[in-house]
Every structure is written in structure tokens, then in C-alpha cells.
Design a protein around this ligand. Structure first.
Ligand code: GDP
Ligand code: MG
Length: 394
């Protein structure tokens, strides 16, 4: 049964993951933690996680028969509402799992799309999510969507298009082309809008999700951008003016910079979503300076940095001027803990990290705490320097 608490539907969930040979236990644990966080963001409480070591996921049922029986028993005994699978499931895997398990089946992609759907605010974001959801749904139209029409709500069932869960492929196809046209029109309009911003220097905050981009934006601009300990609290990029004084020249007119707070990156993003979000990434592509924010207190921050660097490379923003910002230094704990999943790795102090990263990267590196307002002035100075260099180049 659903239990409504602060308007959020709390559902009981299990997670199911496959650990391939390429992936060690520490990484599986890390991915599952993230999946649990995603589930929590979407309104589900994880009761148990099941992991199976397999060379590749089972093409019929994702995990093997034995493991599936364990999952099935637990679902019945604990009255589980939803089983969440760590990878994208094929239409036939979904069908087979539906026949075996007595609860709703969703995969990582559905979960992420659901969170995006819930957080979409602007017409553009809503259209983008609606399009991605429709594209995901098209090859997967199954019984699931018809019988669920009667009990709408819950994870995977929300979205701008939730009132019209069509069962007809033709209807969905028409809808997809309609949404694509709508999106093109919106994009044309925002290109014009961006052009009209004229000669102002544009800075984009980029980084993995939940690293503190919105919090830093708030610090720098004293604005009120939503900052939440949830994945993707915001979807749309928010643009704010930030005024910075050149530290070398306190009498010069202050620089007026346009900052945009962009959507966070995450592993295993559904490809339908990446496609439909390309235009959101334009904000990053067209920025003069990128501030890459990293959460130093996260055990997998280096993996997260790599995902961001790869994505920037993919969209052609590798050569843009950058500043690397390590955030949450207040929460970084250099002492090894019992639940430290990367226990083989050397533990560094913040000072050691500073030396290491400054030597490693060509761009300016700053260590801050957006929460406690630490080294924010140092960051302002670095921004001023990079901007001055950039303006000279223009
Ligand atoms: P975003 O997803 O990158 O925009 O991240 P948010 O700005 O929404 O922040 C995510 C969470 O991290 C929130 O709970 C913030 O309060 C928290 N946070 C942000 N900066 C810091 C920091 O410097 N230290 C600590 N301890 N928490 C922070
Ligand atoms: Mg944010």
C-alpha cells in the first residue's frame, strides 16, 4: 500500500544488481548506494539489495533463476511495491520479470526519467522529459502500462504525460514527432535569447549531481536557487548575474558575469534523455569559463570527475577555460572508516590533496566549502583572473 507523507509516496523497494567481471565489489557497492539514493529521491525506501556475480546479465531475466527465486520470496514476504534493476532492461526482460515477480518492475533509466519528470519546471524541461519517456516507452508497451492505468501514481508512473498513458504505438509515435517539433521551436527561441545576452562573459557551473553547484551559485550570487540533498533537485539551468571585483585593481569597474547553474551529470544516464537534453548542454558549450565543482567528501569523487570530463569532451567543451573547485572540504574526513569501501587506497589530508591536484591539472584549483563559506573569496579572485585572461583573448 502507498503511504502518503508530505505528499511524497513512500514505496517499499528492493534493488537488484549484476556484478560483472570488469567491476569489482567496491564499485558495485558504490553504484548501489547511488541507486538507493536515486530511489530515495523518487520516494522509495530500499528494504534489501540483491547482487549476483555474472559474466553478463541474463538475457531473459537479468539475474539467474536461483537468485530470482530469492528476490521473489523476499518480495512476497515483505510486501514489496517495486523492484529496481541497476541496468536498463530490455522489453522481454521486463515481460519475463513481470511474470515472475509480484510487484512493479522498473530499471535505472525509468527511475532517472521519473526523477527528471518530477523536477521539470519549464516548458522546455517538461517537453524534453516527456519526449525521453515516450521514446523509452515505445518499444516497451506491455500489459504493465494498461493494468497500471487503474492505479496511477508511484515511481515510473509520473511525468508530464502521465495522464495520457496510451497503449497504442501509433499514438505514441505521433506524440514523439509532435514533441520533437515543439522542442525544435523552443530551442530556436532560446538560441535567439542566448544571442541577445550579447557580450557578457558567461560562466557555467558543471559537475556531478549533488556536489554543491546550486549552493555555490547561491554563495556567489546570494540568490535563492534550490539546494537540496537529493539528486537533480533542479533540472533547468538557472542564469544569475554575479558581480566580482578585480583584486588587482580595486578601483576598476566590477565585472558583471552571467552564471548558469546546470543540471548535474550522472552515470548510466538513459540515452533517450541525453539525446533530448543536448540543447540544455548548449549552455555549457557556449560558456566562456567552466567551473567544475567536485565533492571532495564523496568516496568516488575521482570517478565522478572522470564522467564529467568525458561528457565535456563529448559535447566539445574540452578546450574551454576551466577552474577546478573541490567543494565540501568541511565534510572531508581523511581518517579511514570501517565502512570505507576503497580501503586499499591511500588516505590523503586536504593539504596533500591540494599539492597533488595543483601539480596534476593545468587549470586553477581551489578548495572550498560552499556551506561554511570557506575560501569563497579566493575563488572569486581566481574567477576574476581567468575572466581577465579570457577577455584579453577575445
Ligand atoms: P547540486 O546538485 O550540485 O546543485 O548540489 P546542491 O547545491 O543542491 O547540494 C547538494 C547537497 O550538498 C545539499 O544538501 C547541500 O547542503 C550540500 N552541500 C553543498 N555544499 C556543501 C559544503 O560545502 N559542505 C557540505 N558539508 N555540504 C554541502
Ligand atoms: Mg543543483
Amino acid at each position: 500500500m502507498f503511504q502518503v507523507k508530505n505528499e511524497i509516496v513512500v514505496e517499499k523497494a528492493v534493488l537488484v544488481a549484476v556484478e560483472t567481471q570488469k567491476q569489482d565489489r567496491a564499485h558495485t557497492t558504490e553504484y548501489l548506494k547511488e541507486l538507493e539514493f536515486l530511489a530515495l529521491t523518487a520516494g522509495a525506501e530500499v528494504k534489501k539489495s540483491f547482487i549476483q556475480r555474472l559474466e553478463i546479465p541474463n538475457p531473459k531475466t537479468y539475474v539467474g533463476t536461483g537468485k530470482l527465486n530469492d528476490v521473489s520470496e523476499f518480495i512476497q514476504k515483505e510486501n514489496i511495491d517495486v523492484a529496481i534493476f541497476d541496468d536498463e532492461l530490455s522489453p522481454s526482460q521486463i515481460r519475463n520479470l513481470e511474470n515472475t515477480l509480484s510487484c512493479r518492475i522498473i530499471d535505472r533509466s525509468t527511475l532517472i526519467l521519473d526523477i527528471f519528470a518530477r523536477n521539470a519546471r519549464t516548458t522546455r524541461a517538461k517537453t524534453q522529459v516527456d519526449l525521453a519517456q515516450s521514446q523509452y516507452l515505445l518499444p516497451r508497451l506491455t500489459r504493465m502500462w494498461t493494468h497500471l492505468e487503474k492505479q496511477r501514481g508511484g515511481i515510473g508512473m509520473r511525468g508530464p504525460g502521465e495522464k495520457e498513458i496510451e497503449t497504442d504505438r501509433r499514438v505514441i509515435r505521433d506524440k514523439i514527432s509532435r514533441l520533437q517539433k515543439k522542442l525544435e521551436a523552443i530551442d530556436r527561441q532560446s538560441v535567439t535569447q542566448r544571442k541577445s545576452r550579447g557580450n557578457e562573459i558567461r560562466i557555467a557551473l558543471v559537475g556531478y549531481t549533488n556536489v554543491g553547484k546550486s549552493s555555490l551559485m547561491n554563495r556567489l550570487s546570494k540568490s535563492d536557487v534550490l539546494a537540496e540533498n537529493k539528486l537533480f533537485a533542479t533540472l533547468d539551468s538557472t542564469v544569475r548575474k554575479v558581480v566580482i571585483q578585480d583584486p588587482q585593481d580595486p578601483y576598476a569597474a566590477p565585472m558583471v558575469l552571467l552564471f548558469s547553474d546546470t543540471v548535474g551529470f550522472i552515470r548510466k544516464l538513459p540515452h533517450q534523455l541525453i539525446e533530448s537534453f543536448k540543447s540544455t548542454l548548449d549552455e555549457i558549450k557556449e560558456a566562456d569559463v567552466l567551473i567544475h565543482v567536485v565533492d571532495l567528501s564523496h568516496p568516488a569523487f575521482e570517478d565522478q570527475m572522470a564522467i564529467v570530463d568525458d561528457t565535456l569532451h563529448e559535447i566539445g567543451a574540452s578546450d574551454t577555460a576551466k577552474i577546478l573547485v573541490f567543494n565540501k572540504i568541511d565534510a572531508y574526513d581523511p581518517s579511514p572508516t570501517s565502512d570505507d569501501i576503497f580501503e586499499d587506497e591511500t588516505i590523503y589530508t586536504v593539504e596533500e590533496f591540494k599539492k597533488m591536484w595543483i601539480a596534476k591539472r593545468p587549470e586553477p584549483v581551489v578548495f572550498i566549502s560552499a556551506l561554511e563559506n570557506t575560501n569563497i573569496n579566493e575563488l572569486r579572485d581566481r574567477i576574476a583572473e581567468v575572466v581577465k585572461m579570457h577577455v584579453r583573448k577575445r
